[in-house]
Design a protein around this ligand. Structure first.
Ligand code: AMP
Length: 274
């Protein structure tokens, strides 16, 4: 496995590759990330994983500074997975001058996560586009864990005619249902036990819909109330159409329930397709 910090060295090493499978990450790798790597390996012999904590997608008061940085452990995990190349650029490499060109995003990026984290998807889309331009992959693998992010990236690729196929992987969870996330390490023991209730609430809501309840507003309210009563601070718990991410109206389209809520100072997100 080769570790690259420099763009030109990485590109030189990729010059003769035909299909590159790319997995962008912010590091602190867990089994969720490694599932994406596994999928990438099925798709190509040449897998590139990037590790970069992207300042552009953090608001000033968010956890950019505290975000766990564990590059040497990450590289150990990846070498066990037979990954060919890891791209670990410093900020100065990706942003030699301030990143003034930023993508303008469609209205969907101002909903859900975008409403609570203004500028988040602009930061994500801009860095992903930069990484696509640097690595020029044929396929890129993203997790459904970040459902709206996956949607925004798919739309970016479609609307900007970027020649990359986007592949989605299912969310990897612990045995009690909590979606794996680098931010789970911020939870104390009591919060960790409670954390799976976000997923359990999504499951309950899904079961309600499956048994014929289509009063989506009431279901959302009920789900949010349930979490609040348990001590969560809820940003949203909301039922949407999968193909547009617009609010759900009928059961005639495929739906997804998306949620974001705080346990103490830790913000967790999750979702469940119906
Ligand atoms: P991050 O390092 O959090 O930016 O995530 C990098 C990629 O891993 C994104 O495509 C995420 O959606 C994906 N990912 C994160 N957690 C999980 C998980 N629990 N299961 C599957 N994919 C995940």
């Amino acid at each position: 496995m080769e570790i690259f910090k420099d763009i030109d060295d990485l590109r030189a090493s990729l010059k003769n590759e035909t299909t590159i499978a790319f997995v962008p990450t912010m590091g602190n790798l867990h089994a969720g990330h490694l599932a994406l790597v596994n999928r990438a390996k099925q798709l190509s012999d040449c897998v590139v994983v990037s590790i970069f904590v992207n300042r552009l997608q953090f608001l000033p008061h968010e956890d950019f500074e505290q975000y766990p940085r564990t590059v040497s452990d990450d590289c150990k995990s990846l070498s066990g997975f037979n990954v060919n190349r890891v791209f670990v650029p410093d900020e100065k490499i990706l942003f030699p001058t301030p990143q003034e060109f930023l993508l303008a995003l469609p209205p969907v990026a101002d909903t859900l996560e975008g409403k609570f984290r203004p500028g988040f998807f602009q930061g994500v889309a801009t860095i992903v586009l930069k990484l696509f331009n640097i690595i020029q992959p044929g396929v890129a693998i993203f997790g459904k864990k970040d459902y709206q992010q996956l949607y925004v990236i798919r739309e970016m690729v479609r609307q900007l005619n970027i020649p990359v196929e986007i592949i989605a992987c299912e969310t990897i969870r612990t045995s009690d249902g909590l979606a794996l996330s680098s931010r789970n390490r911020y939870l104390d023991a009591v919060q960790r036990k409670e954390a799976s209730q976000l997923y359990q609430t999504l499951v309950q809501t899904k079961n309600e819909i499956a048994s014929g309840n289509t009063d989506f507003r009431a279901l959302q309210q009920h789900a949010e109330d349930r979490l609040r009563q348990r001590g969560w601070s809820v940003d949203y718990l909301s039922i949407h159409q999968r193909n547009t991410l617009l609010p759900a109206e009928t059961l005639d389209t495929d739906l997804v329930i998306l949620g974001a809520a705080w346990l103490g100072k830790t913000r967790l997100i999750d979702n469940l397709e119906i």
